[in-house]
Design a protein around this ligand. Structure first.
Ligand code: ZN
Length: 148
């Protein structure tokens, strides 16, 4: 009986991993207020994305903090403005806002952080923008994300 349960569990695990492809993306930010990518392409085979943000600079969060936020391009401006009102305690991201598809915490120089999100929230061919929510940064720290 225990053997049978274990076998079923093993099959369940195998089929879940066979269809779930976790795709990894790294984006690097620096003290010059830039991301090293202006476009991120996520293949249609990815069911989830593990995005890592690495701050390659040395300045602290208070002066050169960076984070990574993903929204629909049509929501980007409104969410970015709401994020400034949400202040640093919320990583400049409006808490509980359904327009935020994914976001990381703020990091300072030498730090990394990551976020994993499901691509079930993305439409193939949809128009998505990622940006840094630190006040003043999204004028240059932003890009497009393409799925599928
Ligand atoms: Zn930034």
């Amino acid at each position: 009986m225990i053997n049978r349960i274990l076998t079923i569990a093993a099959i369940g695990l195998f089929s879940a991993t066979a269809f779930a492809e976790s795709c990894q993306v790294e984006i690097v930010a620096d003290d010059a207020m830039t991301f090293n990518k202006t476009e991120i392409v996520i293949g249609a085979e990815c069911t989830e994305v593990e995005l890592t943000l690495r701050h390659a600079g040395t300045l602290p969060i208070s002066t050169m903090g960076h984070a990574w936020v993903l929204t629909r391009t049509s929501d980007f401006r409104a969410v970015a403005n709401a994020g400034i009102m949400a202040r640093v305690d919320n990583n400049f991201v409006p808490p509980g806002d359904a327009r935020v598809i994914a976001s990381t915490r703020l990091v300072g120089g030498g730090e990394s952080t990551s976020v994993t999100f499901s691509t079930s929230q993305l439409e193939a061919g949809g128009d998505y923008t990622f940006y840094c929510p630190f006040p003043g940064h999204n004028a240059v720290m932003r890009g497009k994300l393409k799925f599928g």
